[in-house]
Design a protein around this ligand. Structure first.
Ligand SMILES: *Cc1c(COP(=O)(O)O)cnc(C)c1O
Length: 447
């Protein structure tokens, strides 16, 4: 469900036409729908209403301060992975008692900042990190709340780059070593063991891997409780997938997929199955949690993509059309520095015309100006035949879009816009050429 739809022939975000935003703000620009964000957060939160829980929005998916502030105002906590994210979370007034800190490579300065902020828990990923947390907590003079992130060795059946719960992945403590590490953690004077955590990957389109992971964690929990560990939080991570091939209202034939390779399961046709919605996900989790009967734990969830993915689009303008011998190219002003998902994960984003006019279609690669063959937003895609100057919307770009953008080819990063009903605001101005060179200098012994 999202609030991007045609009014007549104009693609709108809530009550604002994307053409109006492009005319005011320029392109490329990310456009987010506040109503969609709110609905997604609330549906997810409501799915767990009948048990003690905290929804810690995984802000690496989209860390714009306006998006984050909105989430926090609806009661969200935050899952962070760096001191930069901690700063953003604190700036928007997130409750530190709802912040969890994940990631395999926390530096000591980051651990210290999080300890001083008084976060809910560190999700600890290695023996060395436990030692570092003990050292820093002793120095600061506090006890650090920790959960151990266990790697349950289950296949998330997602793209290899976003699968994290297998033994061969760098994440978490192997489930077979976890009991030992808990014993070690409990012996540390400045560490307070509060829970257990697992996150198995991203863009999962089935509930079974979540269920398997929880079953494995439940077995471990029984052993830990027998060892006397006081588990108060059970963090099940994030990873719920979204549908990227939503072509409702596009008026085009089913999108061509030759060459997209189906790397992400959701790229398949609708008949291959949609990702589960939050209610199905919650039901599967609740069922799996019956194994924990008698254990009084607060559930922590870390959704990212499922909240913001379909709440954003990347607005871009067609610069040129090029008809090669074997391929057509639609060259647009957004590139893989703006949205890296197609190049990085071979992922599929629906592309819709901002003004629906032409009904004739064209099969083309939609590519950006960057000097790399990997710079494409879509390949062999059937589109309504665009003209130079037409606007296109790359759908479902709210998650891992702007947050993964770079300045490659010295391209200033896109503007970000938030829409609320009939109004909109620039929530991050387009970068300038000055921004690009900020911090750089030429020593006097050069040249
Ligand atoms: C990235 C990440 C998430 C969020 O994943 P989504 O697929 O966006 O829901 C949650 N927890 C951890 C530890 C992560 O690294």
């Amino acid at each position: 469900m999202h609030h991007f739809a045609y009014r007549g022939d104009d693609l709108c975000c809530e009550g604002v036409s994307l053409a109006e935003i492009a005319a005011t703000v320029g392109t490329p620009s990310y456009v987010y729908s506040l109503a969609t964000l709110k609905r997604h957060f609330q549906v997810f939160d409501a799915a767990f209403a009948d048990r003690k829980h905290v929804v810690c929005y995984s802000m690496k998916a989209n860390s714009n301060v306006a998006v984050l502030r909105a989430m926090v105002s609806w009661g969200a906590g935050v899952d962070i992975v760096s001191v930069g994210e901690l700063s953003r979370a604190l700036k928007v007034g997130a409750d530190p008692k709802k912040i969890v800190f994940s990631g395999v490579g926390k530096r000591e300065d980051e651990i210290e900042a999080a300890l001083r902020a008084g976060i809910l828990a560190f999700n600890v990923e290695s023996h060395g990190e436990l030692e570092a947390i003990e050292r820093v907590a002793a120095r600061v003079g506090v006890r650090a709340p920790v959960s151990l992130r266990v790697n349950p060795d289950v296949d998330a059946e997602t793209h290899p780059y976003i699968s994290t719960g297998l033994q061969k992945n760098k994440f978490g403590i192997p489930v077979t070593q976890a009991r030992e590490e808990y014993r070690f953690a409990r012996g540390l004077p400045h560490v307070d063991v509060v829970g257990i955590d697992c996150h198995i990957g991203s863009q999962l389109t089935k509930v079974s891997p979540f269920r398997d992971a929880i079953a494995r964690v439940a077995n471990l929990c029984r052993e830990l409780v027998a060892d006397g560990v006081d588990l108060r939080y059970l963090d099940i991570g994030g990873g719920l997938g979204i549908a990227y091939d939503d072509s409702r209202g596009s008026g085009t034939a089913p999108p061509g997929r030759t060459g997209v390779g189906g790397a992400e399961p959701s790229q398949g046709s609708a008949s291959e199955g949609e990702p589960p919605g939050p209610a199905d996900y919650a039901r599967a989790i609740q069922e799996a949690l019956e194994e924990f009967a008698g254990l009084d734990v607060t559930l922590v969830c870390e959704p990212g993509r499922v909240i913001v993915g379909n709440a954003g689009v990347l607005l871009t303008k067609v610069l040129y059309l090029k008809h090669g011998e074997i391929k057509n190219f639609v060259i647009v002003d957004a590139a893989f520095n703006d949205l890296i998902r197609p190049a990085f994960y071979d992922s599929f984003h629906a592309i819709r015309p901002v003004r629906r006019g032409e009904t004739e279609t064209l099969v083309a690669d939609v590519v950006g100006p960057v000097c790399e063959t990997g710079d494409f937003l879509a390949r062999d895609r059937e589109l309504r035949r665009p003209k130079e100057g037409d606007l296109l919307a790359v759908m479902s770009a709210g998650a891992y879009g702007f947050s993964m953008a770079s300045n490659y080819n010295s391209r200033p990063r896109a503007a970000e816009v938030l829409v609320d009903g009939d109004r909109f605001a620039v929530v991050r101005r387009r970068e300038t050429i000055e921004d690009l060179m900020r911090g750089e200098s030429i020593p006097d012994w050069v040249g």
